[in-house]
Design a binder for this molecule. Structure first.
Ligand code: SF4
Ligand code: SF4
Length: 301
């Protein structure tokens, strides 16, 4: 089993669209490319963008099982026991307790300080439901995805849980590849999504912010000793910046998987909830997506 994380640093670079395209290329037996090449890979998908999951919009999974994610603790004040001394309000550095001694579930970080200082043991810390995770079937293979509840932290832990489950499915079903749609940013959830994987594909675009993010993720991947390759999406919207990215990759000996032009077919495919490979299998852009997937497989082998 090999795992690949597709990541971009910022949203809107086409990361999820490409991930779904790779899944189609890998898994669709009806794809003309597969027929041509007589190749097909068994994959399992993971959507690790748990704060704003959207891979399901394209893959329309059929949910097979649903589970609660217990992401932390929430203080509860028993009004029967409380003597209104105010110590908990004074000591809570997250301002999570109101003047009439009610805990805000949005602000409480479950640190336990209030329970510690309460002179009458009126406060208990309870496990809180911070989201849900799902095991589903898609037209390209099984998928594990999750949804963090509004205002909840702990997305790094939920990403780790999704990774753990998806790898279990891959082992149980003897699937070759785990394809992970990674979260944005470079924080804890991203670290959870890339650490221990076999390859990171960074999707960038020729804008200054995306280029900056690409460099930061490359640094992160290097730190965690995960090989990384790059593809440039919508490369023709700024050819100067594209040349700049290519120069940077060449100087740093990083593989450029391919360059993808801007194509309205990609947008039209999205509006029909299809991958580009299903929507326009003979278009050049679909062939480029196929080519990038082949490069990923080559890198892994
Ligand atoms: S557990 Fe911590 S954050 Fe939550 S109310 Fe108590 S002191 Fe405040
Ligand atoms: S510390 Fe305990 S007794 Fe005092 S206000 Fe808070 S809950 Fe009530």
């Amino acid at each position: 089993m090999k795992s690949i994380t597709v990541i971009s640093g910022k949203g809107g670079t086409g990361k999820t669209t490409l991930t779904a395209g790779f899944a189609a290329v890998a898994a669709l037996p009806s794809s003309p490319f597969q027929k041509l090449l007589e190749r097909r890979e068994n994959i399992v998908l993971a959507d690790c963008d748990v704060d704003a999951a959207d891979l399901h919009l394209l893959l329309q999974p059929e949910i097979k099982s649903e589970h609660y994610f217990e992401g932390g603790k929430l203080a509860y004040i028993d009004p029967e026991k409380c003597i209104a001394c105010g110590k908990c309000v004074e000591m809570c550095r997250f301002d999570a307790i109101s003047d009439d001694f009610v805990v805000s579930p949005i602000d409480c970080e479950g640190c336990n300080v209030c329970a510690y200082v309460c002179p009458v043991d009126a406060i208990t810390l309870n496990i809180r439901e911070s989201g849900k995770w799902f095991i589903s079937d898609t037209r390209f293979g099984p998928m594990v995805h999750a949804r963090l509840a509004a205002g909840q932290g702990n997305s790094g832990r939920l990403v780790s849980l999704v990774r753990e489950r998806v790898e279990k499915i891959a082992l149980e079903q003897n699937l070759e590849y785990v394809l992970i749609d990674g979260p944005p940013g470079i924080g804890c959830p991203v670290i959870a999504a890339i650490s221990g994987t076999d390859l990171v594909l960074i999707v960038t675009e020729p804008t200054l912010s995306a280029m900056h993010d690409m460099e930061r993720i490359l640094g992160l991947a290097e730190h965690f000793q995960v090989p990384a390759i790059v593809c440039i999406n919508k490369y023709d919207i700024n050819l100067n910046n594209t040349r700049e990215i290519e120069r940077f990759l060449w100087e740093n000996k990083i593989t450029l998987a391919d360059k993808i032009p801007f194509d309205l077919a990609m947008v039209r495919a999205l509006t029909e909830a299809k991958t580009i490979v299903e929507y326009a299998p003979r278009k050049r852009i679909a062939l480029i997506v196929e080519n990038i997937w082949r490069k990923i497989i080559d890198e892994l082998r």
